[in-house]
Design a protein around this ligand. Structure first.
Ligand code: SF4
Ligand code: SF4
Length: 188
């Protein structure tokens, strides 16, 4: 009698373990064949990041004006708590811009304060996230790295600003000449 109870107990243990095993395998197969895969083979596959992702900075280019939107006001640099941003201004007044814009991302916290401070919508963060480097100098991004169109856009930016400044100076000189002629003519 005792032996029979022992056998029944073993059988019930076995059945219970088998049921547990089957439940576990069911979860495994559901994940294997039915659920959408969430893992990717990085770096061969790249994940699409959210539109709000804070990746590598870029300086938007105004195609119509033929120059970068940045006017070199330095508000972004002043807002940055870790001195990431430095720039060289080019021109002044309504033709103000930059000839150099450097960001040392090794110090950046991606806090967004510089972007919020910009009144001209002239600095943004893009989706690029592979910013790791073996050398500290690799984290320094210059204007040609930050302009979406690279060196060509930086050259076009400088050319447009310089041309506008020259045109303005020529206009001023012409106005001054006219004013002198008018004054001289008035005295005569
Ligand atoms: S995100 Fe923050 S830390 Fe980075 S440059 Fe802008 S203000 Fe400075
Ligand atoms: S990015 Fe904006 S805030 Fe910074 S210097 Fe250019 S215009 Fe000024």
């Amino acid at each position: 009698m005792y032996e029979r109870q022992k056998k029944q107990s073993r059988l019930s243990d076995f059945m219970s373990s088998l049921a547990g095993f089957c439940r576990g395998m069911k979860v495994t197969f559901v994940n294997l064949f039915e659920r959408e895969k969430v893992t990717i083979s990085y770096p061969y596959e790249k994940r699409t990041v959210s539109p709000r992702y804070r990746g590598l900075f870029y300086l938007p280019y105004d195609e119509e004006a033929g120059r970068l939107k940045c006017v070199g006001c330095t508000l972004c640099a002043q807002a940055c708590p870790t001195n990431v941003i430095s720039m060289t201004k080019l021109g002044a007044g309504k033709h103000a811009g930059v000839s150099e814009f450097t960001m040392d991302l090794g110090r950046c916290m991606f806090c967004d304060l510089c972007i919020e401070a910009c009144p001209f919508d002239a600095i943004h963060m893009g989706p690029s996230y592979e910013l790791a480097t073996y050398e500290r100098s690799g984290s320094v991004f210059r204007i040609e790295d930050l302009a979406p169109g690279g060196k060509a856009q930086v050259e076009s930016n400088s050319k447009t600003i310089k041309a506008a400044l020259e045109a303005e100076a020529a206009q001023k000189a012409s106005n001054a000449q006219k004013s002198t002629t008018t004054t001289t003519g008035g005295h005569a």
